[in-house]
Write a protein that binds this ligand. Sequence first.
Ligand SMILES: *[C@@H]1O[C@H](CO)[C@@H](O)[C@H](O)[C@H]1NC(C)=O
Ligand SMILES: *[C@@H]1O[C@H](CO)[C@@H](O)[C@H](O)[C@H]1NC(C)=O
Ligand SMILES: *[C@@H]1O[C@H](CO)[C@@H](O)[C@H](O)[C@H]1NC(C)=O
Ligand SMILES: *[C@@H]1O[C@H](CO)[C@@H](O)[C@H](O)[C@H]1NC(C)=O
Ligand SMILES: *[C@@H]1O[C@H](CO)[C@@H](O)[C@H](O)[C@H]1NC(C)=O
Ligand SMILES: *[C@@H]1O[C@H](CO)[C@@H](O)[C@H](O)[C@H]1NC(C)=O
Ligand SMILES: *[C@@H]1O[C@H](CO)[C@@H](O)[C@H](O)[C@H]1NC(C)=O
Ligand SMILES: *[C@@H]1O[C@H](CO)[C@@H](O)[C@H](O)[C@H]1NC(C)=O
Length: 746
Amino acid sequence: MIMQVGIVSVMIYGISAVLGASNVSEEHGQCPLGFFPCGNLTVCLPQLLHCNGADDCGNQADEENCGDNNGWPHLFDKYFGMPNNDAGTKSNACLLGLVPDPCLCRDLELDCDGANFKDVPTVSVNITMMSLQRNRLRKLNGHIFFQYRSLKKLYLQHNLIRVVSPNAFRGLYNLTRLYLSYNKISVLMPEVFQDLHNLEWLILENNRLQRVTSTTFLGLHSLVLLVLLNNNLSRLDDICQEMPRLNWLDLEGNQIERVGNLTFRSCSMLTVLVLQRNRISHLHDQAFSPLHKLGELDLSSNSITAFPSHFFVQLVDLLQLNISYNPILDLEVDHFDNLHKLKSLVIEGIEIGNIQSRMFEPLRNLTHIYFKKFQYCGYAPHVRSCKPNTDGISSLEDMLANIVLRVFVWVVSATTCFGNIFVICMRSYIRSENKLHAMCIISLCCADGLMGVYLFMIGAYDLKFRGEYNRHAQAWMDSAACQVVGSLAMLSTEVSVLLLTYLTLEKYISIVYPFRYLTPGRRRTVTILVAIWVLGFIIAFLPLVCKGAFRNFYGTNGVCFPLHSEQRETEGAQIYSIVIFLGLNLAAFLIIVLSYGSMFYNIQRTGTQTTKYSNHIKKELTIAKRFFSIVITDSLCWIPIFILKILSLMQVEIPGSISSWVVIFILPINSALNPILYTLTTRPFKETLVQVWANYRQRRPLLGSRPAHLHPFTWLEIAPLQEGSQATTLALTSPDFQPHPTSCAS
Ligand SMILES: *[C@@H]1O[C@H](CO)[C@@H](O)[C@H](O)[C@H]1NC(C)=O
Ligand SMILES: *[C@@H]1O[C@H](CO)[C@@H](O)[C@H](O)[C@H]1NC(C)=O
Ligand SMILES: *[C@@H]1O[C@H](CO)[C@@H](O)[C@H](O)[C@H]1NC(C)=O
Ligand SMILES: *[C@@H]1O[C@H](CO)[C@@H](O)[C@H](O)[C@H]1NC(C)=O
Ligand SMILES: *[C@@H]1O[C@H](CO)[C@@H](O)[C@H](O)[C@H]1NC(C)=O
Ligand SMILES: *[C@@H]1O[C@H](CO)[C@@H](O)[C@H](O)[C@H]1NC(C)=O
Ligand SMILES: *[C@@H]1O[C@H](CO)[C@@H](O)[C@H](O)[C@H]1NC(C)=O
Ligand SMILES: *[C@@H]1O[C@H](CO)[C@@H](O)[C@H](O)[C@H]1NC(C)=O
């Protein structure tokens, strides 16, 4: 069979469109927002169940329209669906008599594809179809096809044709399809198609046409499809004047800069108009008003900055509109008001600063909408299919799109909360040698505990919005709850970072200058702690106070953490988050790492020299080791964040899913592990545990019927209540316990 290369892509789309016809138009209106109707049943189901692979309606209605079958592929099928009516009458024998050597002949059709011909071969005048694709034709001379009066289809794609004589197609009165794509034609003389009264398809894609006028197409009374894809056209004037039946016009990939009110003046039959990839910057406000029947309009990838108001008013039949990838600054709220039939609206790649629900409310028949950002989907909650359907963090259904995230937000939250609360309780009751250090640790645990609270809140709101997040997304991200929750997380990370830096510096001084080291006094420590917390509060809550400069600093994604924002940030917010994440945090991180490097160097050097202070140093070494593991977890936690920030500074597209994993897994690493590192693995604690266990083993025979797990828990529960007398508390529950002197981390 002969390939129709010129239109092959069109065919593929046409075939894909056959799969399902849309019939959702009259169905809207009966179901609440976020729900869709089950075909002709009176049942409404949540959007979550649409296209999930299971027949939830009982009549398969929820599994229909899963792809977007609106727009020109669908229309192409409707108008140009291949009628196979002459298939039965064709014979397999060649009825053309003698044919040139490499050619194939069947019935009255001749296929000379790839035959290296430099001229059009001479064959029987009865030929109805001639295919000369991928030959070496350079020129089409006058009257070259004149004798082939019965020719209906002529395929000349992928040749080297530069020159087309004004008389080349004379006499082809019965031609219906003419393919000239992938040649080098730059000029078409006026009236070159004048005899082609029956021509329906004219395919001129991928040539070098600079200019066509209405006289070029003189005589094409029957033309319905004109493809001028990928040429070099810059001006068009009343292009349809000689083609009153033109239905389909593809002007993709040309150099058109302006569309005036005369350009499409006579195109009243046009159903599909593709102007993708041009340079259109100027649109006359009446440019498309003659196109009463327009079903699809593609203006994507142009240079349009604004549409005249009432521009789309007359396009009442429009089914699909693609205006994506234009440098549009603001869309007017009433632009789409008259597009009652619109089923598919494509506004990808457009930042809609003034987006609001009002824009899409009149589009009751809309089933597919394509935005730049997932966040915008919240403004069109009645649309069945919104893309992108996730920002990596949230989906239309759930605030946390991923099941793993959904589970782990609770696990991490529980670990963090429990660990930190446990340590806070423990610390206040293990008799500490250094109360000030214990104070630092409790402070650190409080900060880390806030991370647990943050994750808990995120988990709770995720539960609350489960299955219908799209309806709440916008309200949630704008809500005070989101802001406060986000600032808690910020407060937690910043206080934690500052405290770790302080503790590290303190250790550093005590190890590197062991003789000069002065133990910080109570007042100084308290002052520093208070200062750290105050600074943390300022950092976290400043964006809430200065709404003007930061707009919505936290509410840029579902998890309310300003790590990565798809939305246009204000300059203030951008600078702020760079200063915090790449300035303050990176500096803190470097201080910690450098201090440790220096500390170990010093310990190694002094360790071999002195014996007198070796005890002291040994103790410090244990501490340092522990701190070292803290630094490792710190780096694990912060290096990905630094990298993320630097990448986003370099304008690298970062998938939202990475951010959500960072926020739920990486950011809390510190908060969850700090209590374990600082307390639970320390010697006094381990010894305490061992002793409690030993006691328990000893006493078990005596205790008899007491449940096995009760004992350690009693110990835990009583501990925080008996503040002043830790020893007594211990004595009460575990008589053999001997509290060990303990300092900050050992
Ligand atoms: C759409 O559904 C209505 C009834 O719900 C029916 O009358 C109409 O024929 C359907 N249209 C198509 C194209 O299936
Ligand atoms: C719904 O439409 C199907 C055919 O599409 C028909 O068989 C069925 O009877 C209809 N049900 C109702 C309740 O109209
Ligand atoms: C063309 O077809 C007619 C009948 O359909 C036949 O008489 C005539 O010989 C054919 N001409 C050639 C050159 O084959
Ligand atoms: C070709 O067109 C002419 C004039 O339009 C017509 O008389 C003739 O029957 C057509 N031939 C075929 C094979 O369609
Ligand atoms: C297209 O036309 C412009 C002028 O309109 C010209 O500068 C450019 O070279 C042309 N490109 C090609 C590929 O012919
Ligand atoms: C096209 O617009 C111009 C002004 O921009 C106006 O004078 C002219 O009448 C319009 N023509 C048509 C056919 O609308
Ligand atoms: C809309 O236009 C863009 C850019 O030209 C294109 O990538 C996209 O596929 C189009 N969308 C639809 C649904 O036609
Ligand atoms: C949806 O489209 C149909 C035509 O397909 C139209 O009659 C109806 O009014 C539209 N619905 C709304 C709410 O505009």
